[in-house]
Design a protein around this ligand. Structure first.
Ligand code: DLL
Length: 437
């Protein structure tokens, strides 16, 4: 395949390696200067390692720069990582944190332009053009998925339907009546739509879908084949995270052989998560990302916790951008259910509010049809366990409401016998993932 015609920024997407490295170095040097001057966190962390911005003379010198981790963002909550005054911030998104505090992400006008053009790039890779009718079924709100993909599609000039997630019957009606050609959502929601189609007797020939851009959660080739067959479209994968901007960091082209990373704007490295050494190209390890021109919130060597591999190979689409494998797990215990990120510590915090709950719980992740289901097994006090059903039901209802409002998930909660769950001697492993992705 040679689909250079569908490149959004051909000059960058096919840039020869040496030229790309020069561009990256130039941008890195100016980023490091700006961050040192404008963000107290970087000034302090560079000073602690005795590093001056002038010490970055080559791209390889990036290893001298300290990493940023999620805790740094929390320590600087809400605006401490910003490199510009608040009056220059035009958009704020946020992601869930490991404690009650979310991670705040800011954008200047020019950051938004850059973001939209990167999303437009990855959407063009996935087949979207100005002739398409794009149904965005990612959540709109603090999550970057809805607005991110929406703006990218508008930038391309497609007709965008901002339906957001949920209300599957309405999604189906819109898809049929408005003749949607591109569906955008999590892969699990795409399958849920397919199931609803079956139930409602709608066949893939009754709809006009051509492409599906999915992401924001792990999914495998089996899931891809099923989505493609049931919805009658070509499905591509998209990767991003809010701390580094949101979607638009990387995406698959129609060759479906790894995601192209927009490395002129987001510089990727792979490290060994234990030794923190940078690993050679092709090795599997933790992905670390640096935003090369972002103004509002420069991220230098942000540890994503995602495990993957970076490699350069000639792609049939003609792009020279470095490629990344689908992330295969994380180095921390975060899990993703129907696109929502959850840390076990958040579950623990939510449970702590109930005096009947003991600290012993387990989280089971399963598939119920296409969607993810969370079951929390919780040991409760002996008194409650043998108490009347009414009290137990009341507790379960209150807990469910708390999970929905705090974590945006609706787990099934099962109260179990005191002392029946596994005890851990080392680090507790409370999540059992039975989804078999
Ligand atoms: O999920 C941004 C996004 C929106 C990406 C829409 C793609 C499409 P967060 O909510 O901050 O941001 O979650 C980021 O989700 O560190 C990965 O662990 C996981 N993730 C994102 N995309 C993929 C993917 C958005 N394609 C976290 N495959 C990341 C596997 C993914 N995991």
């Amino acid at each position: 395949m040679n689909s250079t015609s569908n490149m959004w920024q051909q000059e960058i997407e096919t840039m020869p390696l040496e030229q790309m490295r020069n561009l990256q170095l130039e941008r890195l040097q100016s980023l490091v200067k700006r961050a040192y001057q404008d963000v107290a966190h970087y000034k302090k962390s560079f000073d602690t390692c005795g590093l001056r911005p002038e010490d970055i003379k080559s791209l390889d010198d990036i290893v001298k720069l300290p990493f940023v981790v999620k805790q740094d963002l929390r320590d600087n909550y809400p605006y401490g990582m910003f490199g510009v005054p608040l009056k220059d911030i035009v958009r704020i998104h946020s992601s869930s944190g490991t404690t009650g505090k979310p991670t705040v992400v800011g954008y200047t006008k020019s950051d938004l332009q850059m973001w939209h053009s990167l999303v437009a790039r990855t959407m063009s890779m996935g087949g979207v053009t100005a002739n398409d009718i794009v149904q965005v079924a990612f959540t709109y709100g603090l999550f970057t998925g809805g607005f991110g993909l929406h703006s990218g599609a508008e930038h391309i000039g497609a007709s965008v339907i901002p339906v957001s997630s949920g209300n599957t019957m309405r999604q189906l009606m819109i898809m049929k009546d408005y003749r949607t050609t591109v569906l955008i959502c999590t892969p699990s929601y795409a399958l849920h739509i397919a199931e609803t189609m079956d139930k409602e007797g709608v066949s893939k020939d009754d709809i006009c879908l051509k492409y599906g851009l999915f992401g924001s959660e792990p999914w495998g080739e089996k899931q891809r084949r099923e989505i493609e067959a049931r919805l009658g479209l070509v499905a591509t994968d998209n990767y991003g995270l809010s701390e580094v901007m949101g979607p638009g960091i990387g995406g698959e082209c129609l060759c479906k052989s790894g995601m192209h990373i927009n490395e002129d704007q987001v510089y990727p490295e792979i490290i060994d998560p234990d030794t923190l050494e940078v690993l050679p190209e092709g090795s599997r390890g933790e992905l670390v990302l640096t935003t090369l021109t972002r103004e509002a919130m420069p991220m230098i060597r942000y540890r994503t916790r995602d495990i993957t591999r970076l490699y350069r190979e000639k792609c049939d689409c003609g792009r020279t951008l470095i490629k990344m494998d689908k992330p295969a797990g994380r180095t921390d215990d975060m899990f993703i259910v129907n696109g929502v990120n959850v840390f076990p510590s958040q579950v623990e915090d939510a449970l702590r509010a109930f005096e009947e709950a003991t600290p012993h719980f387990m989280i089971y992740l399963r598939k119920k049809g296409a969607l993810d289901e969370v079951e929390i097994q919780l040991e409760v006090s002996e008194a409650l366990f043998f108490d009347e059903m009414k009290k137990q039901k009341e507790l379960l209802d209150n807990m469910t409401a708390r999970f929905a409002s705090l974590l945006q998930i609706k787990p099934k909660i099962k109260l179990v016998d005191p002392r029946s769950l596994q005890r851990f001697e080392g680090k507790a492993k409370r999540v059992v993932d039975e989804r078999g992705l």
